[in-house]
Design a protein around this ligand. Structure first.
Ligand code: SF4
Ligand code: SF4
Length: 149
């Protein structure tokens, strides 16, 4: 499923994001985050820019988490989650994961703590995005697309 995203204050910038068909709709600004994932599909946060090594497009750390998996012990429907929180070890280089597992566990715990502090996990939705269904032309581009400038 594709949707077109814009920021009201910079309407010249538009994104086309490929979204999981079961993702919840974006809630209103300031209301509790429901894991719709649109903010992280539009562009990485500062920590995500480091992890993704890019400033535009979907964050490489973003994960779709199915309902009632180990990463979602609270149950409920499927949702997007920050990979730095739910699977920080996966963000580390493979050689660290395989050759120094104890170090990997330490680094993963630190990464999770750091990410939780940076992204204000658990606070309300702060993504001022307008979401519209993507046009057929937008869907054909293969997305997430870089925003037009
Ligand atoms: S902060 Fe808002 S846009 Fe981002 S995942 Fe949560 S509800 Fe969706
Ligand atoms: S909150 Fe996590 S998934 Fe979202 S952009 Fe930041 S690092 Fe990436």
């Amino acid at each position: 499923m594709s949707s077109q995203l814009t920021r009201p204050e910079t309407s010249a910038r538009r994104w086309v994001a490929v979204i999981h068909p079961a993702a919840p709709a974006k809630p209103a600004l300031g209301t509790p985050c429901n894991g719709c994932g649109l903010c992280c599909l539009a562009e990485p946060c500062p920590v995500g820019m480091v992890v993704s090594r890019k400033r535009r497009g979907a964050c490489a750390a973003l994960r779709w988490v199915e309902a009632s998996t180990a990463a979602r012990p609270e149950g409920g429907a499927g949702a997007y989650r920050c990979g730095l929180i739910v699977a920080p070890q996966e963000q580390l280089p493979h050689w660290i994961q395989h050759q120094t597992p104890a170090l990997a566990r330490l680094l993963a715990a630190g990464l999770r703590r750091l990410a939780g502090r940076f992204i204000s996990a658990g606070s309300g939705c702060d993504a001022d995005l307008v979401v519209e269904p993507a046009t057929p032309a937008g869907q054909a581009t293969g997305s997430p697309a870089e925003p037009s400038r």
